[in-house]
Design a protein around this ligand. Structure first.
Ligand SMILES: *Cc1c(COP(=O)(O)O)cnc(C)c1O
Length: 361
């Protein structure tokens, strides 16, 4: 059996170090916002070429907090891709703002910059891009629209740790980069964790206070905040994993390279472009008989996933907000996409087995 993912295998190279870190953590007697959070924030900011990093509890909170400092009037509009994980849209709704969905480019699966301008109204305040599957959005064109219309830009980097566009890292283009360190992400903790990156010191201060009850100095509250602190133990684990993140990304890129080179023409493969360095959080293919293909692979002992089976505008939870909207490109992607094994622990030999099996379908 070649599993799609196995979190124990993924973390096996780090387990001795994790045990040591747990002992150090326990013995420190300091369990919230301690040295490990501080250290990880500095390390991640440096690794990402960002001026600041603020650790938070998870990716959804990072996205939600990124929209908070501006106090937009309720009903202000935020542009967001129609094919994303639901978290991006929930972050907008959690701020009483209106998500305006824009279709992706069918080649890249990322928001189509040519369609963003059509969606802008006098109420538009921000663009929330998602660097889906580990590929950056077309940032040249998006930055032009941002500047022309004076909009905020927030980047959902939950799938794009280390992805670059023209050499620039995801999470450094907009006002904020929002990261998730959910265990399956390219940089994954052993529980929930997330972070915001920013180059703006004023925004950094707002979020640093907001995640901790609006306070930086104990019992002095500067603003209405929430409790969304990065956990001290997860921060310690993340520092260990961060040291390996370039190796993790390189390994996934190597496995993706095998798929790209050897899969036959029956499958629609991810596009490769010199301006983009992709990190393949997800290696997806598309096929008109996706569901039959998934069953076939499972019968041959190969696990796959679907990211995602139902697009946000068709989710039951979002019917009150997005009912009767239709996004045919997002729907086509959701109907045909299949995610293949492509994890740090998979070997090139395993991937070759997957390729041979696929090519016989
Ligand atoms: C994982 C993910 C999130 C949410 O992250 P959590 O840490 O689970 O809250 C947001 N957006 C995208 C695109 C994701 O893949």
């Amino acid at each position: 059996m070649i599993a799609y993912e196995n979190l124990l295998e993924l973390n096996r190279p780090f387990t001795e170090r994790f045990k040591q870190q747990f002992d150090d953590f326990l013995n420190s007697g300091w369990y919230i916002l301690g040295e490990s959070v501080k250290r990880f924030e500095l390390q991640f900011a440096a690794w990402n070429n960002s001026a600041h990093c603020i650790g938070v509890a998870n990716g959804l909170d990072a996205l939600t907090m990124a929209l908070k400092p501006y106090n937009f009037e309720p009903g202000s509009e935020v542009i967001v891709p129609s094919n994303t994980y639901i978290a991006t849209i929930l972050a907008i709704l959690n701020n009483n703002l209106t998500p305006v969905l824009v279709e992706p480019d069918i080649r890249t699966y990322n928001i189509d910059p040519l369609l963003i301008e059509d969606a802008i109204t006098p109420r538009t305040k921000a663009i929330m891009v998602v660097h889906l599957y580990g590929k950056c959005c077309a940032m040249d064109a998006i930055m032009r629209v941002k500047e022309k219309h004076n909009l905020l830009l927030i980047e959902d980097c939950a799938q794009a740790h280390g992805a670059t566009f023209k050499g620039q890292k995801a999470g450094t283009f907009g006002e904020f980069g929002a990261f998730s360190f959910y265990p399956t992400k390219n940089l994954g903790a052993l529980g929930d964790a997330g972070a915001l990156t920013t180059n703006n010191p004023a925004l950094e201060t707002v979020v640093r206070q907001m995640r901790n009850y609006g306070s930086e100095k104990k019992y002095y509250n500067e603003r209405i905040g929430i409790n969304s602190r990065l956990d001290e133990l997860q921060a310690a684990f993340l520092s260990t994993k961060l040291e390996a993140l370039d190796a993790i990304n390189n390994h996934k890129r190597q496995l993706a390279g095998l798929y790209l080179q050897h899969l036959n023409a029956n499958f629609i493969l991810p596009v490769v472009d010199d301006d983009y360095k992709d990190v393949y959080h997800i290696f997806n293919i598309r096929h008109p008989e996706r569901d039959r293909l998934k069953v076939y692979l499972l019968e041959k002992g190969i696990g796959t996933e679907i990211h995602y089976p139902v697009p946000p505008h068709q989710q039951k939870a979002l019917q009150p907000v997005l009912q009767n909207q239709s996004y045919p490109i997002a729907e086509e992607i959701h109907r045909t996409t299949l995610s293949l094994p492509c994890s740090y622990w998979h070997t090139p030999a395993q991937i070759k087995t997957v390729i041979d099996t696929l090519n016989r379908f």
